[in-house]
Design a protein around this ligand. Structure first.
Ligand SMILES: *Cc1c(COP(=O)(O)O)cnc(C)c1O
Length: 230
């Protein structure tokens, strides 16, 4: 299968999942996760219509973004260290993985310097896994109230990465929990915070995530094939 065929297949599956859930497929964006993928193969995805790319590491992404540039929107989806924020804000259009007030404040400060307003999502570690980043669910309201007051970032929603399961049905309760949490946040009407985006679902479970309300799915392997092990 070529990358173009994979993209077409993923889009068909996204549309079918949206229809099953009675949702408008146009409200769901595919973020093709291109970590470890070289620029030529990323270009193939762009030529196949991919307009959003996801990267996990600032340094790795830098070369690709400088080469491929504004042909796509670049989404940062990995753990962001505060010492990489300056470069990240310059390179990326979105950050899905804000997981602390300290990081939000640093993004705000640097975005202000670069005269930008950066769209961000708060990453929630719903599984409370020690090996995963993300804020704890109990801290959601407190963090969002503080983030909403920062003018350099625009809080657009939530992101999560559940524990890995072979059976995507096992991810469903996590996706549902994230949607319900976003609903609770919306009802609180926090100044400066909107909950229009839910970033959830990967190659193994993006259809389930769409059925549960995902607006951004982050799909790597199903588009670019298996990644080399580290
Ligand atoms: C690597 C990665 C993905 C894509 O995973 P696949 O299983 O290859 O689709 C999505 N989200 C995050 C945060 C990732 O690190």
């Amino acid at each position: 299968m070529t990358i173009a065929e994979n993209v077409a297949r993923v889009r068909q599956r996204m549309e079918a999942a949206a229809r099953r859930a009675g949702r408008d497929p146009r409200k769901i964006r595919l973020v093709a996760v291109s970590k470890t993928v070289d620029p030529d193969r990323i270009r193939e995805a762009i030529e196949a219509g991919v307009d959003s790319l996801g990267e996990n590491y600032v340094q790795e992404a830098q070369k690709k973004i400088e080469e491929l540039g504004p042909k796509a929107a670049w989404h940062f989806i990995g753990h962001l260290q505060t010492n990489k924020v300056k470069v990240a804000v310059r390179l990326f259009d979105w950050v899905h993985s804000v997981d602390s007030l300290r990081l939000a404040e640093e993004l705000n400060r640097v975005a202000g310097q670069q005269k930008k307003v950066l769209p961000v999502l708060l990453q929630i570690n719903l599984g409370q896994e020690k090996t995963k980043f993300g804020a704890l669910q109990d801290d959601t309201f407190r963090l969002l109230e503080q983030m909403g007051s920062l003018p350099g970032i625009s809080v657009k929603g939530l992101m999560t990465m559940p524990p890995f399961f072979d059976d995507p049905e096992e991810s469903r309760p996590y996706f549902r929990a994230l949607r319900e949490l976003a609903g609770a946040v919306s009802r609180r009407k926090i100044a400066g915070v909107s909950m229009e985006e839910l970033s959830m679902g990967m190659s193994n479970d993006f259809e389930t995530a769409i059925e549960e309300g995902a607006t951004l799915v982050r799909v790597g392997t199903a588009i670019f094939g298996a990644r080399p092990h580290k």
